[in-house]
Design a protein around this ligand. Structure first.
Ligand code: PLP
Length: 381
């Protein structure tokens, strides 16, 4: 034990005090219907699987392209921008971490211990986001030794009226980095490009639009990253393109911001198979369009069915829904569903504890969910 303590003393105080991010579980239980981490229920396109298989040979001994140049060229054509305005990362998570690292100063040591980081700190050392949203953001701020400023969303997870922002006590237009999840997670609510733009133009620091779920939505705000000097859009191949396993995401934005982020990434941050898979993905848009259509259809069917059972289901523009179950607390529903081999997500925070977040699976998965929910409602409702 003494040795443990001696070792612990060698770790930076900031790191010792960190509460790590808690990812959704990945149990390997047979027959489990896994609706807890917003994975896509459909496999990648057959062309993607073929391309990855064809790349598995003696070439694994070589380093991959350090900047994923071919992929950036394809993405540049897709988004109508220069490949220099794109950064590819080891998942959108790495993009988010790089953004915090690149734009946000750590709080100066003399400003007091990190446990006081929710006190209003100097803006250059602040990451701000609307809450609730992705719970990784405050963790990234803490890792950087920066403050996190949570700005509450309005009723039904609406963004604050941009015209009223300056009257919101919690809002800091000077925050070094403001992250907006659009469409929002975990609510699934979508926002219009116009309202996103109005928020951006009232913000002085960098705005990162986390568009992880944009492919499922009717609208996205990529044009803002190509037009405004302080806006970056971040996308992922995980959810829409069924590539969680390979870890790949990217950022698009002004050249100066993107090039600054490049300086802080690992030299070979994106593995070669992920690059091959992402390139092949972009070559088969028709497959994915059909996939998005099917998921939207299943989402609407599931929402209808759950509403008929008395759930309050929020409208969603993503591949998941946030639903408030009738009867017993959501935590009880979570437990009961799990006993029946259905895993959903329950967040133990005041603003979300009465909801379940349910990823959209195949029609078969969702029929099972509805059937089990009906049975549970008879028993416990
Ligand atoms: C899943 C998710 C991410 C992370 O995506 P990866 O590309 O798998 O790292 C980022 N932001 C939000 C809002 C997400 O839901």
């Amino acid at each position: 034990m003494a040795r443990e303590t001696a070792s612990e003393q060698l770790v930076r105080p900031l790191v010792r005090a960190l509460q790590p991010y808690v990812p959704g579980e990945q149990p390997r239980t047979k027959g489990l219907i896994k609706l807890n981490t917003n994975e896509n229920p459909y496999p990648p396109s057959p062309r993607v699987l073929e391309a990855v298989r064809a790349a598995v040979d003696g070439r694994l001994r070589l380093y991959p392209d350090p900047t994923a140049e071919r992929l950036r060229q394809k993405l540049g054509r897709l988004h109508n921008c220069d490949p220099d305005q794109i950064l590819v990362g080891n998942g959108a998570d790495e993009i988010l971490r790089l953004a915090v690292h690149t734009f946000v100063e750590p709080l100066a040591a003399q400003r007091g211990p990190l446990s006081r980081r929710y006190f209003v700190p100097p803006a250059p050392a602040t990451v701000q986001s609307f809450v609730p949203s992705y719970s990784l953001y405050p963790v990234l701020a803490a890792q950087q030794g920066a403050a996190f400023n949570p700005v509450p969303l309005q009723m039904e997870f609406a963004l604050p009226d941009p015209g009223q922002l300056k009257h919101l006590k919690q809002w800091q237009p000077q925050a070094a980095l403001t992250i907006v999840t659009t469409p929002n997670a975990p609510s699934g609510r979508g926002y219009t490009t116009r309202e996103i733009e109005a928020i951006c133009t009232r913000t002085k620091g960098v705005v990162l639009l986390d568009e992880t779920y944009a492919e499922f939505a009717p609208e996205h705000a990529m044009e803002l990253a190509l037009k405004l000097p302080h806006v970056i859009v971040c996308r992922s191949f995980s959810k829409a393109y069924s590539l969680c396993f390979l870890r790949i995401g990217y950022a698009v934005g002004p050249r100066a911001l993107i090039q600054a982020m490049h300086k802080l990434r690992d030299s070979y941050n994106v593995n070669g198979l992920a690059q091959v898979a992402a390139e092949a993905t972009l070559d088969d848009p028709a497959y994915y369009r059909e996939n998005f259509r099917k998921i939207a259809e299943t989402r609407e069917w599931t929402s209808d069915q759950l509403r008929q059972l008395g759930f309050l289901v929020l409208p969603s523009q993503t591949n998941f829904v946030l639903a408030r179950p009738p009867g017993p607390p959501a935590s009880e529903w979570f437990r009961r569903l799990r006993e029946n081999n259905i895993l959903v997500r329950w967040f133990d925070t005041p603003d979300l504890a009465s909801y379940l977040r349910i990823s959209i699976g195949t029609p078969g998965d969702m029929e099972t969910l509805v059937r089990v929910a009906k049975r549970l409602l008879k028993k416990i409702g």
